[in-house]
Design a binder for this molecule. Structure first.
Ligand SMILES: Cc1cc2nc3c(=O)[nH]c(=O)nc-3n(C[C@H](O)[C@H](O)[C@H](O)COP(=O)(O)OP(=O)(O)OC[C@H]3O[C@@H](n4cnc5c(N)ncnc54)[C@H](O)[C@@H]3O)c2cc1C
Length: 434
């Protein structure tokens, strides 16, 4: 069988679906191929950062997405004693520091995918083939297997949004070198009390538990273990896990009894990498096909959304204007530096929470206290996490955070200065503002 389309997207995860939606909305004929027939039971990203929310707002999807999510205004960091659970310090990083979109949103991953897909289906230029798998590229065309049938797909552009294992990345001849970490996470969603409404990171010198409230009275939990420790933890039993959760987060109350089946608890192994090329000729890769990031700062899904936004804008410009000076490298020019920065930021946070000793906890406590006392430092951290802008920390910032130099108590900065670091459409889509 033969099929032709302007853009073929291989992979109907968040990245592929959003790119398909944006292109179809702009009148491009787009086909998304997804290998799975139904929703995946695997936990994936759920925290939407402000930049992703701004993209959904621009695309007209924000009010529907807000209804599906739980708003997070702040993430509280708590440091406690490992034995008597005395709290050494606690401080919150607040999204309210930001000027435009001042919250993050927890949305169940599969629900978000369903919503984007159902909105995309309203466009006559949007085609969704599932279950169907991109098998290979032959003679510059894609070969897609749907049931027993092989479909020869001719497209102007081929986009790989297949996640970590990407045949489109292979076709580009791009290799990746995954970085591994000294830890893994156990993650599971359980019910929560109504009073648990904000994000929380609770740490002792040797333990870490993250709590991220979802809608419908649920909370996503993330518990750190050492790399390779999983068999021993399993041997200790669910009673051990329950008592760890009780000690670290008494606010979970009786709901820790929901940690009653290993099948519900997923082992998550962090890795990170950057592909050496994001696009060449008529091929490009987005999301986890192009890069992976340590999950601690909740950024992976957001990078996929932000890649899709920039590439969607570029592809629609290329298709509608036939401007020969445009190439897929423009997408990479915008996205690579931002993704690289976010990968580094997440690596720093991962390092902060993965060294298990008392002196390191003391350094962390100092860093939290110094951060809380310095409004400019807090703003920079929130701006960077939000994805709304990029403001590298200076040598002075690092000295302040480590306590070697006193914090600046004055108000953050003049508004004029701020705008230099906040992305605007000319930064996001520079080819449109030549
Ligand atoms: C446990 C876990 C927790 C996470 N937590 C967070 C978080 O809190 N916040 C956050 O932002 N990120 C988080 N992430 C990362 C985030 O989920 C990913 O970065 C994001 O899903 C990447 O989106 P994607 O569209 O690039 O790829 P994926 O979500 O991997 O989607 C790829 C899709 O392509 C399909 N596919 C693959 N090969 C083919 C093929 N040959 N033909 C057709 N279809 C194909 C797959 O079936 C899949 O549906 C987490 C990830 C995991 C695993």
């Amino acid at each position: 069988m033969f099929m032709s389309t302007q853009v073929l997207i291989s992979g109907g995860g968040i990245g592929g679906l959003l790119l398909g939606y944006k292109l179809a909305k702009k009148g491009v004929h787009v086909s998304v191929v997804e290998q799975m027939a139904k929703a995946s039971p695997v936990y994936k990203g759920e925290l939407l950062q402000p930049k992703s929310l701004a993209i959904f707002k621009e695309l007209g999807l924000i009010s529907k997405i807000n209804k599906e999510g739980h708003k997070i205004n702040e993430i509280e960091m708590i440091e406690m004693d490992d034995t008597d659970h005395h709290i050494y310090t606690q401080g919150a990083l607040s999204y309210e520091e930001l000027d435009s979109i001042d919250y993050a949103l927890m949305v169940p991953h599969e629900r978000l995918k369903q919503l984007i897909l159902s909105e995309a289906m309203d466009f006559q230029h949007f085609h969704y083939l599932a279950p169907a798998k991109l098998q290979s590229y032959e003679n510059g065309r894609a070969v897609v297997k749907k049931g027993e049938e092989l479909i020869d797909v001719d497209a102007d552009f081929y986009i790989g949004a297949e996640g970590r294992r990407s045949p489109t990345r292979d076709e580009l001849g791009v290799s990746i070198k995954p970085k591994k970490y000294n830890h893994q996470y156990l993650t599971v969603t359980i019910p929560r009390k109504d009073s648990l409404t904000e994000g929380k990171i609770i740490a002792t010198h040797s333990r870490f538990l993250g709590l991220f409230p979802l809608p419908n009275g649920l909370v996503r939990t993330v518990y750190l273990i050492k790399d390779g420790e999983y068999p021993q933890v399993k041997k200790k039993g669910l009673d051990f896990i329950q008592s760890e959760f009780k000690e670290l987060a008494p606010e979970l109350g009786e709901y820790v009894s929901e940690l009653n089946d290993w099948k519900k608890i997923q082992l998550m192994t962090p890795i990170s990498y950057q592909a050496s090329i994001y696009g060449k000729g008529r091929f490009a890769i987005i999301g986890d096909a192009a890069h992976a990031i340590h999950p601690i700062a909740g950024q992976g899904m957001n990078l996929a959304i932000q890649d899709a936004d920039v590439l969607g804008e570029l592809l629609s410009s290329m298709i509608s204007t036939n401007d020969e000076s445009l190439s897929l490298s423009k997408y990479e020019q915008v996205r690579r530096r931002r993704n690289e920065f976010m990968i580094r930021l997440s690596n720093q946070s991962a390092l902060l929470y993965s060294i298990n000793n008392r002196s390191f906890q003391q350094l962390r406590i100092k860093a939290i206290n110094n951060l809380m006392n310095d409004p400019l430092l807090r703003y920079k951290q929130m701006l960077n996490i939000s994805g709304l802008g990029l403001w590298k920390l200076s040598a002075a910032d690092y000295l302040i955070q480590s306590g070697l130099v006193p914090s600046r108590r004055r108000n953050r900065v003049q508004n004029k200065q701020l705008s230099k670091y906040v992305f605007n459409p000319a930064n996001d889509y520079p080819w449109k503002y030549k």
